[in-house]
Structure formats: C-alpha cells, structure tokens
Design a protein around this ligand. Structure first.
Ligand SMILES: [Zn+2]
Length: 367
C-alpha cells in the first residue's frame, strides 16, 4: 500500500539550495528546514538560532507599527465575551478507526458538498499520492493541539500538507482544515513581498473547521464530540481577546520609561470579567511576548465567523471571497474586510455573540 508522503529527497535538496543561494531570505531556508524536520518521526522544533535571525526584529517593529489596529479590533470583542463564562472539559476523543485512504475518502465526500468544483479538484490534487504534497503520520508526535501544518512553497506555488492522526473524527477536520490552507495559500504572495501576509492566516482554517463540523453533524456524526472542537476554537479565541484587551489597556498606561501602571489597569480588567490583579508576574504570555500569530489567529476567527454566517445564504459568493482572501493585503483590516463582506466591528460582534450563546453558558450574576 502506497503511503501519503512527501518526497523527502526533494525537500532536502531545496533546503540545501536555499541555504546556499538565498541566505538573505532566511525565511525560505526556515521553510524547507522545518519541512524536513517535520518529516522525521519525532517532532523537533527548528533550532532557535535559525529562528532568531533579524527576521524576528522585523516582526517586532512591524508589531508596533501596524499591530495596533488589529489589537483594537480583537480587544473590542471583550464587550461581548465578558458576558459569558465557560467551564471546559477536554474530554477524550472517541476512537474512529479509519485507514489513511478511508480518511481521505470520507473527507473527500465533504468536499463534494462544497458548491464550487475548484475546491474538490484542488483537494484531489493535494491527496493524489503521486504528487507527494500530503504527508500523513499515524502516530501523533506533534506538540499538543497541533493536528496538522501546511507549508506553501513560494517559489513553485505548491502547498505541502502534514496531518498528524489522532484516529478520531478530529482527523477529518484536520485534513479539511489543512486542505483549505493549501487551496487558499497556494495563491499567496510570499512573505518577503508582503510582510502583512499573516494577518488573515487562519481565516480559511477556522472557516473549514466550522464548515466541516456542520457537514459532519448533518451526516449524523456525534454532535457532542464535534461541538467540542468548535468549543476549543472559540475558547482559544476568547483567551486571546482577553489578552489583547489587557495589552491595549496596558499600552494606554505606559509611562515615559515604558512601564505599565499596573494599579490603574487592574480595575478595568475586573470590570470586564478578567479576574486577576495585574502585576509584572501575572502579565499574560501574550503581553510579554507580543505574540503576533495569536493576535492574527483571533482576528482570523472573527473574520471566519462573519464569512460562515454569510455562507448559509450565499455559499458561492463566500467561497469566491475566500479565494480572493490573499488579494487583500493585511495591513488595514478595518478598511479591507468590508470588501469581502466582513464587518464584525460595525455590528457589535454579533456573530461572536451568537457563537458564545450556542456553545457557552451565560454568566450568572447571583451570589
Ligand atoms: Zn490552520
């Protein structure tokens, strides 16, 4: 039986090629290095030295220069989410024993339900074993809550997908998720041309999670299990919304020396349902590291909610908007997003509120 597998020889060749010829594009070398690392059975993150090139310094500058609008769009959602509280059990996913081929077939049957043939054609291209674009690993060796990864080769415009199997219904969602990344990101300009590229980086991924969850429920798969995946996405986002709110509030109290006035931030946080007093030690990770990917992730989730809501009435249009996602630049979400029909910041985060109502319990104020 042939496996779903990358062509490791070719990846190593490319990695060496970029190391040799394109030292100035550290990211390209990183990309292939990471793919080669991920090919191996045991997950090893790319060496810190490689990651630390001037690239990181550029990210940090970019964060201060352009991150503000994103933080404000994400943190404003605090006004919706502070009305909800959640208790969260990460229950064990029930086993579903499918072979890799059957996993691809089941996921393919979901792609058949998407009213734009391009998605199915691209899925077939990705999963065609002869193309060596999809690598499926049966033992879960990626770090927790990594179900898969997609790397887009910006030279050949080829998407490489990696799925790490849990042998549960999660695998179907993972494959759908990574396939959506592969389809959308294939069209993207490389990051050394568009430095804002990551802004909407998780939009199609979250969209795929919502779409495939709803299709699986329609097909009769266990609703409780599937809503659990939806909850994970929502709660991850709410955590980042809270962190962004803290970050924004903290920025506003920075003194001339660049220190936060913790005492004036804490009461504001408490009034928004964030229950800890803020000190240097309790500053969440996001504030300490200014984690751009997390902020982009939360912004992407909010975008996906709006897109998925419109999908119910006009799926063809939304699929086109998704395919055009890479043509919006990423620099100024507030002015760009309305061009693809996304306006959560104007309607008071309605769809986020709806999602919270559907998945979380409303806060009880009685004591
Ligand atoms: Zn993703």
């Amino acid at each position: 039986m042939t496996k779903y597998s990358w062509d490791i020889k070719k990846l190593i060749e490319k990695r060496d090629f970029f190391e040799e010829k394109f030292k100035m594009y550290g990211e390209l070398y990183d990309l292939y290095a990471e793919m080669v690392e991920n090919y191996s059975k045991k997950y090893q993150p790319v060496k810190e030295e490689i990651k630390k090139v001037p690239y990181l310094i550029r990210l940090r500058d970019e964060f201060y220069e352009f991150g503000k609008e994103k933080i404000s769009l994400v943190s404003n959602a605090i006004y919706v989410t502070s009305a909800y509280e959640f208790k969260f059990d990460r229950t064990v996913h029930p086993k579903m024993d499918l072979s890799d081929d059957d996993l691809v077939l089941l996921t393919r049957s979901l792609f058949e339900q998407i009213p734009n043939r391009y998605f199915l054609d691209k899925f077939d291209e990705l999963t065609n074993k002869d193309n060596h674009l999809l690598h499926i690993r049966s033992n879960r060796t990626l770090p927790t809550n990594y179900y898969g990864l997609t790397f887009t080769d910006p030279i050949e415009h080829k998407p490489y997908g990696l799925i790490s199997r849990y042998h549960s219904i999660q695998d179907v969602i993972s494959l759908g998720h990574e396939a959506f990344h592969a389809i959308i990101r294939e069209l993207e300009l490389p990051f050394y041309i568009n430095p804002y590229q990551g802004t909407y980086g998780e939009v199609e991924g979250y969209f795929a999670n919502m779409l495939f969850a709803s299709l699986l429920i329609k097909m009769g798969y266990n609703k409780e299990n599937i809503l659990l995946f939806e909850k994970i996405d929502l709660i991850t986002t709410i955590d980042i919304i809270r962190n962004c709110f803290i970050l924004e509030q903290s920025f506003s109290t920075l003194n001339k020396k660049g220190q936060i006035d913790f005492e004036s931030v804490s009461p504001i946080l408490r009034s928004k349902g964030i229950n800890f007093s803020l000190t240097r030690d309790t500053l969440p990770e996001l504030v300490r590291q200014e984690n751009r990917d997390e902020i982009n992730g939360a912004l992407s989730y909010l975008v996906s909610l709006d897109l998925f809501d419109s999908y119910q009435n006009d799926p063809e249009q939304v699929l086109n908007n998704l395919l055009n996602l890479v043509t919006i630049h990423g620099k100024s979400p507030r002015s760009e997003l309305p061009t693809i029909g996304v306006s959560f910041f104007e309607d008071g985060y309605q769809n986020l509120d709806k999602k919270c109502k559907q998945l979380l319990k409303t806060k009880t104020t009685s004591k």
